[in-house]
Design a protein around this ligand. Structure first.
Ligand SMILES: Nc1ncnc2c1ncn2[C@@H]1O[C@H](COP(=O)(O)OP(=O)(O)OP(=O)(O)O)[C@@H](O)[C@H]1O
Length: 323
């Protein structure tokens, strides 16, 4: 339903990215948009929302160019959530969420019972019903983000564009908000495009990744295809940090000073492998080439070089360091 045709985004002569000839986003899709600072994530979202003209090409929503949508029409179809703290003073949470109904209330702005019900349901959907009587300026960052999402939902849009909304939240709050958005996309058929710096969470949750790796490129695929293509490494790796395809996360890339052959693949051994990498050990697949050999004895207990036993990861690291 959202179609990006021959799209080039940027400002004046500054071209930030050229997209493939046709990119489609279907109802119910949850897309995460990733890229380093300044690669054009916000610019792309602004272009998709029709707030910024593309350098070339066109964005259409249900066959209408988004740039041609008038204010109210656009607000009924496209909702935008930003990370900035809204300057709304002591406005009530319920009043703010009900503002999402403005595209439907006509000039007088009178809310019907139905409008109030839709706003209340939106607040419930983001787990914010208990905040209804609070004022917006009294909310924590995480609570405020939920309320801003509720306002966007109250617009009953076809597309939601969210720009780095999880930036200041702790991990459980980020997971909760992303889960809520995924559920909303799937259950209500809203297409959701969310820019984020949370690469690992995006890899785990997105139906699709859009990656702006720099040099004007744009990559579109399932998280797994994008990871396997090596594009995540190209976009984010740096001297001391590399994306590991084995673990699906970034790992410190200090030069390995000694290699260890580690047997076993139980959970405790996977955590021991993490600790070893952090300490600068390389994990060898060839026992004969490794300086040390670690064998699991039972879960969370290992034998080091056939002799000494370690019952914690700290002890295993100690034994390796003193040997
Ligand atoms: N109005 C503008 N005119 C010209 N250049 C702009 C304008 N707004 C942003 N830019 C530039 O365009 C580039 C992309 O900016 P954008 O905000 O889209 O990046 P981003 O990927 O969202 O970055 P971040 O992760 O830091 O939020 C940056 O170099 C920025 O300085």
């Amino acid at each position: 339903m959202l179609i990006l045709d021959e799209l080039q985004i940027g400002y004046g002569r500054k071209l930030l990215a050229t997209l493939p000839p046709r990119v489609r986003v279907e109802a119910g899709e949850f897309v995460c948009l990733l890229g380093r600072n300044g690669q054009g994530k916000s610019t792309l979202l602004r272009t998709l929302g029709g707030f910024l003209a593309p350098i070339a090409g066109e964005v259409t929503l249900h066959d209408s160019p988004v740039r041609s949508l008038r204010g109210v029409e656009r607000a009924r179809r496209i909702a935008v959530v930003l990370t900035e703290r809204p300057q709304v003073g002591a406005l009530g949470v319920t009043d703010l969420v009900e503002m999402g109904r403005q595209p439907y209330t006509g000039w007088a702005g009178v809310l019907t019972e139905k409008d109030r019900r839709i706003a209340a349901t939106a607040l419930e959907q983001v787990g914010g019903a208990h905040l209804a009587a609070r004022t917006v300026d009294s909310l924590s960052d995480g609570e405020r983000q939920r309320v801003m999402i509720a306002r966007a939902l109250a617009q009953q849009p076809d597309v939601m564009l969210l720009d780095e909304i999880t930036a200041f939240l702790d991990l459980p709050s980020r997971v909760t908000i992303i889960d809520t958005l995924r559920r909303i996309a799937a259950e209500q058929g809203v297409a959701i495009i969310l820019s984020s710096h949370d690469l690992e969470l995006s890899l785990q949750t997105a139906d699709r990744l859009w990656l702006l790796p720099g040099e004007g490129r744009f990559i579109d695929g399932t998280p797994e295809d994008v990871a396997l293509s090596g594009a995540i490494g190209t976009a984010f790796d740096q001297e001391n940090l590399m994306f590991s395809l084995d673990s699906g996360r970034f790992e410190s890339s200090m030069a390995a000073h000694r290699s260890v052959y580690l047997e076993g693949d139980d959970v405790a051994t996977l955590w021991l492998a993490r600790a070893l990498r952090r300490r600068g050990y390389g994990l060898s697949t060839q026992p004969a080439e490794a300086a040390h050999r670690i064998t699991p004895v039972s879960s969370g207990r290992w034998r080091i070089d056939g002799a000494r036993e370690a019952g914690t990861i700290a002890k295993a690291l100690d034994l390796l360091a003193t040997h």
